[in-house]
Design a binder for this molecule. Structure first.
Ligand code: ADP
Ligand code: MG
Ligand code: MG
Length: 902
């Protein structure tokens, strides 16, 4: 950037110059202070230094040209407005210096109050306050404390110890009992602490205090905790923070002063009415720091009716203006109310729905906006089973809710023990200090995972989320001793086999088994809770918003279901068809033996007789599903996995055979099986003989399945229901593969359906990158495409899913190579591009081509938006995700600006 431009750049905005839309430039706090100022609310005057200035400082390590002059000019204007000069010994102006990024972010420097105080202006401040020495020295000691801690990294405990020491000497626990002399003494003690840690005296020059504080705010953007937090919350690293300089108002001037925080509705339940805390004779952080007991905001009415009424009035105005729940900070200085902050308040998932519904009722927003204000992640949270906590259960520890759900089970400390107990049908909770790739089998076997270390991106958290398994990580009150097979928490010892319960939403850990119940929202979706007959505000809000989402969405939502029971449940959840019915489970259980016969067949006769035995079993499975899905399309995928998955594992079989031989038993049958398993062994089975390749290699296999589907459809239709089968060929990479399967299938279908009126579509999965790239050709032979985005992601990235998530994804997430696992949310740029190409080229070749997706991405909120954008006809996901997909498909339509709802 040329020097000239830099000089001309506007880095400082007076509050009167900004507004709430300028969050990128002024940060959330600054933009909202400006908004309130322009609404005419009582905000202490001040100015905001932009995120641009911060970014320039961080890039070069020095304040950009022009910044110092602009600060000077704005400070002078502020001084004129206030009729006081910063740190003036006789009549000082004091300011606070407050960080404020676009998103509120713990880990950054917070706030320094009372900047401008020094050994001389403390006297002037006292005079200003009518000779209130106590107040002046209290303010000064606070400055040294906050400045020391946040600007100069002096350990905060040292100041706290010194304060405790003075209170102890005085024989009190209450800071209000300290008088001016005590506080003057404390200032001396604080100065010594400051000098000891920084090697310099506490800066007396007001402007130096200001400049150092501003610089510290800039630098705090890159503090370790801030960096970690951003990664976890996926906040971009290059936004920078703004700095707000605000003239001080004082809540610590006496009993007619005070400070408080408030919400315009209950952020936990969404219930109407104000929620807040107030603390008389206190400054800033005291309210939340818990130094004295706060009183409920309602009591302010008795203390100071005028301020209370004004506050309520302002809160109502803010809600009307922001059209949302607001979270505010205020101070009362000798009966005069000042607003110090507002923002759209964070809320629980339940409150998000309830409040959105209320705001519609109040005419503040319309239903489209209500739909925009909630999201699928919140809905998913409301659908997890929850602990019934009406009993005596108290949590013994609280960690990070790393992967939601509620799980109870016996404690185990090793993967091996988890597998053992789970095999006996025992639910287990795997407890580790932290997990590593060796724990994978144990994690799969466990109901839930509990670790004492690590955050939301730890191995345990990432893997558990990938598996949809409940996980609490970083419960650091737990002392885990794996070799001794026990952990201790709060003086209690828990040994292997004891039962614990973990809540992956709240991060809470309970001893014993806490009973679990389905959430009200699930009861509603299942139809056991009637929205016409309940007064549960959450259910009513969910019902209303879901109804609107359904009315708005263009995408249809189908489900992945392999059994009649799953299909029925998904239908209650709103599924509009089956997008993926896998047929492989139909080859398991007591049917394994038939599959073995098929695989071991030495003659055509043997093979055909095995297939003939499988046919009626398959047909019965399909009949059940078609009946449940009466009138809705059902996409059946022909058998996909490598056949050896249906045989015993090689090692086990080899041992059995060897042992039997030793004993001289007749092992001809086992030997044949072993030989077959050896023959079929593949180094990379996911890239081997599977999908359409099987159909082309094993004569009669696909034909049997096609016949079973067609016959089932005819039977169900003749019985009066409507079957709409769609036969889907997996793993196609070339149109010739599909053409070959299709030619055979069409013959069978024609023969079976006759004049029954049944129509059977034939289509293909698009899951091999080559299929996506030759979609125009493939569409000639396909009536529909269904994107198998799991395999497309595996093959697109060259990731073996079963290996990579446990092995190194945590590291990739830590490095920011991706913000979220590409198996969880579709990689728009790469895998998504393949989808886009295939959709466009497929439709160009065959305009009526039906397009859907059946990978797990079909139920992922962000991916649903992507599939909407690409123009697919439907997404298909697991039954429990169906409501989430419905909601997000509706949101995709109303979301015009693409802004997030963080
Ligand atoms: P945070 O983002 O951590 O809430 P804030 O910048 O909001 O930090 O400030 C911390 C506390 O100091 C809050 O209670 C705030 O209301 C109070 N505070 C900030 N600036 C002033 C000021 N100019 N006068 C009085 N109190 C202030
Ligand atoms: Mg604040
Ligand atoms: Mg696949």
């Amino acid at each position: 950037m040329a020097a000239q431009e830099t000089v001309d750049h506007k880095y400082v905005y007076d509050f009167a110059e900004g507004n709430k839309e300028l969050k990128d430039l002024l940060g959330g706090k600054g933009a909202n202070l400006a908004e309130m100022t322009n609404l005419g609310l009582p905000v202490p005057p001040g100015f905001t230094i932009t995120t641009e200035a911060c970014k320039a400082y961080l890039a070069t390590g020095r304040e950009p040209d022009g910044l110092a002059d602009q600060i000077e000019a704005h400070l002078e204007a502020l001084e004129r407005e206030m009729g006081r000069r910063l740190g003036d010994p006789g009549d000082p102006l004091l300011v606070s210096v407050r960080s404020g990024a676009k998103f509120s972010m713990p880990g950054m420097m917070e706030t320094v109050l009372n900047v401008g105080l020094n050994d001389r202006s403390v006297v002037g401040l006292s005079a200003q306050a009518g000779g209130n020495d106590r107040f002046a020295w209290d303010s000064y000691r606070r400055l040294i404390q906050m400045f020391g801690k946040t600007v100069c990294e002096v350990p905060g405990e040292e100041f706290e110890h010194a304060l405790d020491e003075v209170k102890r000497a005085k024989g009190t626990k209450n800071d209000l009992d300290l008088d001016a002399d005590d506080l003057r003494g404390l200032v001396d003690a604080y100065k010594k602490i400051f000098a000891k840690h920084t090697g310099r005296e506490f800066p007396q020059e007001p402007r130096e205090q200001l400049d150092l504080a501003i610089r510290a705010v800039f630098e705090s953007w890159n503090a370790e905790r801030a960096v970690l937090y951003r990664r976890q919350e996926r906040i971009p690293a290059d936004l920078g923070t703004a700095v707000n300089v605000v003239s001080m108002v004082f809540g610590n001037l006496g009993p007619d002063s005070g400070t408080g925080v408030a919400f315009t509705r209950d952020p936990a339940s969404g219930a109407q009415g104000i929620y807040g805390d107030y603390l008389a004779n206190a400054q800033g952080e005291d309210v939340v720091a818990g130094i004295r007991n706060t009183v409920p905001l309602q009591e302010l009415e008795q203390l100071d009716k005028k301020s209370y009424d004004e506050l309520l009035d302002i809160m109502a105005r803010l809600e009307g203006h922001y059209r949302d729940l607001c979270d505010i900070e205020f101070t009362i200085e000798r009966g005069k109310l000042w607003m110090l902050q507002t923002r759209v308040g964070k809320r629980t998932a339940a409150a998000a729905f309830v409040i959105a519904g209320q705001l519609v009722d109040e005419g503040l927003i319309d239903l489209d906006e209500a739909l925009h204000r909630v999201n699928g992640a919140q809905l998913a949270q409301l659908m997890f089973p929850r602990f019934r906590l009406d009993h005596e259960f108290q949590p013994v520890a609280k960690g990070i809710g790393a992967s939601p759900g509620a799980a109870s089970g016996k404690v185990v400390f090793t993967s091996a023990r988890a597998v053992e107990l789970a095999a006996e049908g025992e639910p287990v909770i795997l407890v580790r200090r932290e997990t590593n790739p060796d724990d994978l089998n144990g994690m799969i076997a466990a109901q839930g995972i509990l670790t004492s270390r690590g955050g939301k991106t730890s191995h345990a958290a990432v893997v558990a989320r990938g598996m949809g398994k409940t996980c609490v990580s970083g419960a650091d009150e737990l002392e885990v001793d794996v070799p001794a097979k026990r952990f201790t928490v709060g003086g209690q010892t828990v040994v292997e086999g004891d039962v614990v319960s973990i809540d992956g939403t709240t991060g809470k850990v309970y001893l014993g088994e806490v009973p679990v119940m389905p959430s009200e929202v699930v009861q509603y979706f299942e139809g056991s809770l009637d929205p016409e007959r309940t007064d549960d505000p959450l259910v009513l809000a969910v019902h209303r918003i879901m109804t609107h989402a359904d009315a708005r969405r263009r995408l249809l939502v189908r489900t992945n279901a392999d059994t009649g029971a799953d299909a029925a449940r998904a239908r209650r959840f709103g599924a509009e068809g089956i997008g993926l019915c896998r047929t492989e489970h139909m080859f398991l259980g007591d049917r394994r033996e038939l599959v073995e016969r098929l695989i071991l067949a030495r003659t055509d006769d043997e093979r055909e007789s095995a297939l003939a035995a499988l046919l009626p079993l398959q047909r019965a499975d399909f009949e059940e599903i078609f009946r449940e899905m009466d009138g809705l399309p059902v996409t059946v995928r022909l058998i996909d996995p490598p056949l050896h998955e249906f045989l015993p594992p090689l090692e086990q079989l080899a041992v059995n055979v060897a042992v039997a031989q030793e004993r001289g038993e007749d092992v001809a049958q086992e030997e044949a099986l072993l030989a077959a398993v050896r023959r079929m062994h593949e180094e990379n089975p996911m890239l081997g003989l599977r999908g359409v390749r099987l159909g082309l290699v094993i004569p009669g296999l696909f034909a049997m399945q096609v016949r079973a589907i067609a016959e089932a459809a005819v039977t169900v239709t003749r019985a009066g229901a409507v079957a709409k089968p769609e036969i889907m060929v997996p793993l196609v990479g070339a149109v010739q593969e599909l053409e070959t399967v299709r030619a055979e299938a069409e013959k069978i279908i024609a023969e079976v359906v006759g004049d029954s009126g049944v129509e059977v579509l034939i289509g293909t999965m698009i899951e091999v990158p080559r299929a996506a790239l030759t979609a125009g050709q493939i569409a000639e032979a396909a009536q529909f495409f269904s994107f198998g985005t799991n395999d497309l992601t595996q093959m697109g990235w060259g990731f073996s899913r079963d290996d990579v998530e446990g092995a190194f994804f945590w590291r990739y997430l830590e490095l920011g190579i991706f913000g979220i696992s590409p198996f969880e949310s579709i990689d728009r740029d790469g895998v998504g591009r393949l989808v886009r190409i295939a959709a466009e080229e497929g439709r160009a070749a065959r305009p009526e081509l039906k397009l859907g997706v059946c990978g797990e991405h079909g139920g992922d909120p962000d991916s649903v938006h992507f599939f909407h954008e690409v123009g697919l006809d439907y997404v298909s996901c697991s039954p429990f995700r169906v409501p989430v997909a419905r909601l997000e498909a509706g949101r995709a339509v109303v979301e015009t600006d693409g802004s997030d709802s963080r």
